[in-house]
Structures are given as C-alpha cells and as structure tokens.
Design a protein around this ligand. Sequence first.
Ligand SMILES: [Zn+2]
Length: 386
Amino acid sequence: MSADPVAIARDLLRCPSVTPKEGGALSYLERVLGGAGFKVERVTFSEPGHDDVENFYARIGTAAPHLTFAGHTDVVPPGDESRWTHGPFSGDIADGVLYGRGAVDMKGGIACSVAATLDHLAAHGGKPKGSISFLITGDEEGVAVNGTPKLLKWTAERGEKFDHCVLGEPSNQKVLSDTIKIGRRGSQNGALVVTGKSGHVAYPQLADNPVRHIAAMMTALQSEPLDKGSANFDPSNLEFTSIDVGNKTVNLIPDEARARFNIRFNDCHTRASLRALLESRAAKAAGKAKWRFEWDASNADVFLTQPGPFTDLVSGAVQDITGNRPALSTTGGTSDARFIKDYCEVVEFGLVNTTMHSIDERVPTADLVTLTAIYRAVLEKYFKGR
Ligand SMILES: [Zn+2]
C-alpha cells in the first residue's frame, strides 16, 4: 500500500504551528519518519531578543549521494478565523479540496515529499542507494534567525554533507508543473536622505528646500533601467516605497526629506556595484544639494543554481508525470534557498502558490497526489543506477 500524502497533509494542517510554535508538527514528522528508519534529531535554537525555535533534521542512509528535502512547518497566522470557509486548522476536505493554513505554504509540500520518500523506500527494500534527509525549520515565516541558517550550520558542524536539495515551497504560478525556481533576486533596502535649510515659504531665497532636490534625484534614480537583465533574470528594479518630510506646518520649508526604497537585483550586480551605481546617479542629479544614502544591512543576496544536470533531472520528473516542461524561474520574493545555496545545489518546486498566506488557503487533493508522484520520480532518477 502506498503512503497517502492527503492524510499526511491533513495531519500536519491540524497542528497549529504558527511561527514560532512547533504545534505538534515536528513531533508528527518524528513519528512518521522515525517509524520508517530515519535517524531523527530535534534541535532548539535561541538568540537573545528572539523566540526559541525548534528545528528538525532526519536522515536515512550514510552514503553519498545525499538528497535533502527542505522546508518549514511553521505557518503565518490565520487572520480572522470567522472568514474561513473551513477552520484554518480543521484539515477539512470539501469537493476534493483540502483547506487549512499551510495547505500550500508548505505543509502540503512536506507531506508530498514524505509520502514520496516512504514509497521510494518501500520499493527499494527500506533503504536508499545513498542518503535522503529532511531539513525542516520552524522559523521560515518569521525573522529566520533561529531557523534554516543555524540548522545548516549545525548540520555542517556535525559533518553532514548535502549534494542536492529540493525545497518544497509553492513555486508554481497557475498549474502544478509550470515553474521551478532556480534562484532569486537579491533584495536591498535603503533610504535617500537630502538635507537643505529650513525657512519661511514666502522667502524661499533664504532657504534651501530639500523637497525640490529629492524630487529631482528620485526622478534621476529611476530614469534609466539598472541593467538589461541577464540570461536567467529579469532586469533589476528600484521601487520607492515612501517619501517623508514629516512637516506639519503649511508655511515652513523643511530642512530634511527622506525617500525609502527597495531594490530587487539580479546577477548583473553585487550589492556593492549596485550601491556604487546609485551613488553615481545621485551625485550627478544632486546639484548643490547635500545628500546621503542609508543602506540597510541585508541578508538577501542574489543567487542562481546554474541550469544543468540537477535542474534537468527535476524538470524531467515534472515532465514525465504531467507532460509539461516547467520554466526555470528566478522571480518572486526570497526564501530559505538563499541560505541553502551556500551548502549545495538547490531548486524549489512545490505546489501552486495562488492561495498562500490568504484566507481559505487550500489545495486540490489531486495536486497532492501529483506532486507526490513528481517527487517520487525525482527520487527514482536521482538514485538510478547507483
Ligand atoms: Zn513558505
């Protein structure tokens, strides 16, 4: 009898594991994977000023190659529970659709990787021809301080080596098979601060209005693209998110103006080259204005898993099961893949993301069955001929 991803997903959805609470989700995985012969370790990380977070690592096999399924069991809060058609932690199924917070992001994905692994092991005498592991954090939706970065460091200190990783985040846009994520843009927050000289609006010649300067500088910063994009990435984009003067007085020229922005950048840039480009554009547009950039510390660098044998293997599995060849994409926000990429090649492939983080987050049970088949095909191809 094959493992049932719908039952596993349902059991996980009934665990109220809103970040940073474990909610029973990791205990459940410990029982299921421990029962299949995995060595399970649970580790809690702490940091002053942050919630303690439980994390989870389970491995079967000792040999290479080592494929790890990564993910998170924590979920974002359900919001107004009365607006849900079915309770956010009910695990209700109606008309072939499973409801619950985390259905697609990403307890559903974890359920499929667990079911596929159980089936793979059952078909191969209970052992992989190499190693399979699960790298599960409880701190993806939070600040990620006590989650994947520390868990990866912890595994490395114990001599664990990963060859490849499938991160089961909901990567697909419309149908299960349309998108594999092979990288992400970097993210850089900053602020442009312009200082002038305050004064009376009726005597502008005695003042230096920073609003005039910042408007011109913002126009200049946005006037030309930051780059043309690259083989695997769209062009980088700067987006202003706020302009603040904080002036409540109608007849006062303020002395400072500030514009906040975020840049999503591709592999044409490093954070250093990006800062240099903006500094030079700002300098040209500034005239006599006094200005500076304030750059936020950021841990979201651009990264790319080069298309090659591993992306081909995963794409091939998707195509074998669904008939569709997925696009290799680098769009969207950041994910824990930005940490995993320092340890091994990583791709993201999971469910369809349309309802993630929303009221009535849900997944067709048929998608859970299909994703399990895809992961199963990944495992078969990965260990074939070993
Ligand atoms: Zn997620």
